[in-house]
Each structure stands twice: as C-alpha cells, then as structure tokens.
Design a protein around this ligand. Structure first.
Ligand SMILES: [Zn+2]
Length: 287
C-alpha cells in the first residue's frame, strides 16, 4: 500500500518497536499456545485463486474477541471481506498506527512439498513450521495479534489508536482489497500517521524495518518493421527494431544489477527490470 510516511517517523516507530520487544516477553506455555493459533490460521485455505476469506475472517474475529479488540468486517467488493480491528489509545486525536497484513496466499504445488502446504506441520527438532503463507504473510498478522495480546495482558494502554487490518487479494494486486479501502471514508476516519506493512519474517529477535516502497511499472514495447521474404536480407525488420530496445534495456538492467552486486546499493534502491513475456513473429517463411 502506498501511504506517505509522516514526519516524525522515529518518534512513532521507536516506542512501537520497544513495545514489540516488551511484548516478546513470554512463557513457554504461552509460546506454545501462540504457535498452535498460528498453525490454525495457516490451515485455512486462502490460496489464490479461490481463497476462503470467510473462514479466515471468522477465525481472526474470534482471535480479536479473545484479545479484546473491536472488530469490523468491511466488504468493498462482494465476497472479499477486509477485517479492521481497533485498539483504542489514550489520546485518540493523535494520528494512529496501522498494522497491515494480507489474508490471501499464493497457490502451491502440493506434490513438490515434503509436508502438505496446508498441514502447518511443526518439526519439533528445528522448530520450523511448514505451510504456504507461513512467511508471506500470515506470520506477521499473527505476530501483531500475539504482541497486542501480551501487551494488553500486561495492562498496557497505547497513546495512539492502533488499528490492525487483514486485507484480501494482495497477491493479485489488491484492486478489490486495500485499493478500495484507502479510497474509503472508513480509511480517512482512521487518521493514519504510520503504516507497518509487509516486510521479512525474522527467525530471531531482530526486526528489520524498511521504509521504502517499490512501484510496479509494466512496459509494453511494440516493434514494427518492414515485412519481406525470409530468404532475403534487409534492414528495419520488426525483430531487428525490437532487439535495439531489448539491448538498451538489458544494458540498463546490467548496470543496476552491478550496483547491487558491488554492494554499492541495496536491492530495494535500484530499478529492477525483467523481461516477462515475448510475443513475436509468424511461423512462416515470411518475416
Ligand atoms: Zn505478501
């Protein structure tokens, strides 16, 4: 989602990270319960293209009720519920914090998996949980809820309103999910100052924070040229013309990639260009 970060980022973010580290204080039994709640979420089949959003939202509403959060299900597109949770702050006039995660996951090919993708099998020895969505990004959504659960149990009340949203359709562009939400009056009413969105799962206590957004840009190149017989050599054919553009893009791609390889820039700081699809030519002797 593309919401500009407000000034004073560190003023909001640092206390939040402190909060999350306080929330990390736990007991073995509460950890085990958190893990089994996570497994339960993973077992709900929210894989595109037919995600069971109703089951996911029902599960999350139960979790929110157990944690003591106010819940609203918003449906901007039919059959695509967005769950909005609210943890009221002491000073609700301050800009709020919005914690985002998506409920859908990408499809899987079960035959290529050691454990069924919806089994959420826990390997006791390594502590690993195998499931589609375990990283992208059901783990983050559950971490938000577990952190809030522990903070509330410890009697903590935040200064600002904290909102947690679980959005549909992120894996297919979010057009009927967060895109409609950010244009809604419900979103404006939240008075959002800071959003924490998708990042990387961390197996340790460190939490990496990114503060950049990459925008996709689809470029279609249509090459035209002189037609002719394949037995002749001539200038200006469509494929020759296309190759000039491809070569220019390839050089740009290499230059960007070199910056990453030489560690001059991070992966998120360059423009990544990838050729996705080529449709060209005719399967006849005519060029
Ligand atoms: Zn994701």
């Amino acid at each position: 989602m593309r919401i500009p970060l407000m000034a004073g980022l560190t003023k909001i973010l640092l206390p939040l990270l402190l909060l999350l580290s306080v929330a990390a204080a736990s007991s073995p039994s509460s950890d085990a319960e958190a893990v089994s709640r996570f497994q339960e979420y993973l077992r709900i089949d929210t894989a595109q293209p037919t995600p069971d959003y109703a089951a996911a939202v029902a599960f999350l509403r139960d979790q929110a009720a157990a944690v003591g959060l106010e819940a609203r299900t918003l449906e901007f597109a039919a059959g695509k519920p967005l769950l909005l949770l609210r943890w009221p702050g002491r000073r609700p006039s301050l800009p709020s914090i919005l914690l985002n995660s998506h409920t859908d996951v990408v499809p899987s090919e079960p035959k290529k998996w050691e454990h069924a993708p919806l089994s959420a099998t826990l390997d006791e020895a390594s502590g690993r949980i195998y499931a589609r969505g375990s990283q992208d990004m059901k783990c983050v959504g559950m971490q938000y809820l577990e952190a809030i659960r522990r903070l509330r149990n410890a009697g903590f009340v935040p200064d600002r309103n904290i909102y947690v949203i679980f959005v549909p359709d992120e894996e297919i562009g979010g057009h009927e999910g967060v895109e409609l939400f950010v244009a809604s009056k419900e979103f404006k009413e939240l008075n959002v100052g800071l959003v924490l969105d998708e990042g990387l799962a961390s197996p340790r206590e460190e939490y990496r924070v990114f503060y950049a957004e990459r925008s996709p840009w689809w470029l279609t190149i249509k090459a035209k040229g002189a037609p002719g017989h394949g037995a002749k050599l001539y200038d200006g054919s469509a494929m020759e013309n296309l190759m000039k553009s491809v070569e220019a893009l390839r050089r740009f791609r290499t230059a960007q990639f070199d910056l990453v390889k030489s560690e001059e820039k991070a992966e998120g700081d360059v423009v990544s260009v990838n050729f996705a699809y080529l449709k060209a030519g005719t399967p006849t002797p005519t060029v």
